[in-house]
Design a protein around this ligand. Structure first.
Ligand SMILES: Cc1cc2nc3c(=O)[nH]c(=O)nc-3n(C[C@H](O)[C@H](O)[C@H](O)COP(=O)(O)O)c2cc1C
Length: 250
């Protein structure tokens, strides 16, 4: 079979550019489920993502229906316990450490200090989102409430959990990222909205108890998937740095 060079007609390339640039993270979904056939198409596209030596060092767990409902309950419960512990000061944190229930058990740390040079864009994104939602900078309760929505998959009927093989070190995370972007673009092209969620890697226990996951696979990210609602939060567009700021000078 002769490989196609894949070159698109100008108008098609413009369509692809438009698709890439118009994908946004959606943080409020309709509860409506979507056809399995649609998800199959998306997953089959993502399956063509390139990877290190074509090893495809990732596995995906799809949570829908009862599995999704159970996971939402389990994850929200852990979030609530962790928040209560945080607000309970020293004693609250001690209780969390002793009982361990609610203590993050993820394979990767999701709550860490941001490096100084990345703080400005992180802050601008957070502030932009909270401003749109009418949440004041010091309104910790409202911020936590918004954070909590992560663990309900922002109302989406399904979430995809991505596991990467520990044996390929950082490169499996790289491959997993390419897989995720391919998946999110294909979903976007087919009318399905997504939100990549690092937050969904905070507690791995509940996800592990729902799926049979090999011993070498580590949970790195979740993705909420479904139909976007018309909630204004979905109009959030944090923009991007100017390209020249990403290009290194010789
Ligand atoms: C690996 C990864 C993890 C993310 N984790 C979260 C998350 O836990 N919660 C959330 O609301 N958004 C999360 N996001 C979405 C980013 O905030 C979003 O991609 C970024 O602000 C750019 O906005 P856009 O996707 O709308 O272009 C994540 C994105 C990526 C790629």
């Amino acid at each position: 079979m002769t490989p196609s060079n894949g070159m698109l007609a100008n108008s098609q390339a413009e369509v692809l550019s438009k698709l890439i640039r118009s994908r946004r993270s959606v943080r409020d979904f309709l509860p409506d489920p979507f056809p399995q056939a649609l998800l199959d198409e998306v997953l089959n596209d993502a399956n063509w993502a390139p990877s290190w030596s074509n090893t495809q060092p990732y596995r995906v767990a799809i949570a829908s229906g009862n599995v999704a409902s159970r996971l939402k309950v389990q994850l929200v419960e852990r979030f609530d316990i962790a928040m209560a512990a945080q607000q309970g000061g020293f004693l609250g944190r001690l209780k969390l450490l002793v009982t361990r229930h609610g203590l993050p058990d993820g394979d990767f740390k999701t709550n860490f200090e941001y490096p100084k040079d990345l703080q400005p864009s992180r802050r601008a994104t957070g502030h932009g989102l909270y401003e749109l939602l009418g949440i004041g900078r010091k309104d910790v309760a409202a911020r936590n409430q918004q954070m909590r929505r992560n663990f309900e998959f922002f109302g989406a009927p399904s979430a995809i959990f991505l596991f990467v093989h520990e044996g390929l070190h950082e490169f499996s995370a790289l491959d997993g990222g390419i897989f995720l972007q391919t998946l999110m673009l294909s979903a976007h092209a087919r009318g399905l909205a997504t939100c990549a969620q690092g937050a969904l890697a905070t507690w791995a226990g509940p996800v592990r108890s729902e799926f049979s996951i090999g011993p070498h696979y580590r949970l790195i990210c979740g993705v909420a998937i479904g139909y976007a609602s018309d909630n204004p939060v979905n109009s959030f567009n944090p923009g991007r740095a100017e390209l020249k700021d990403l290009l290194l000078k010789s």
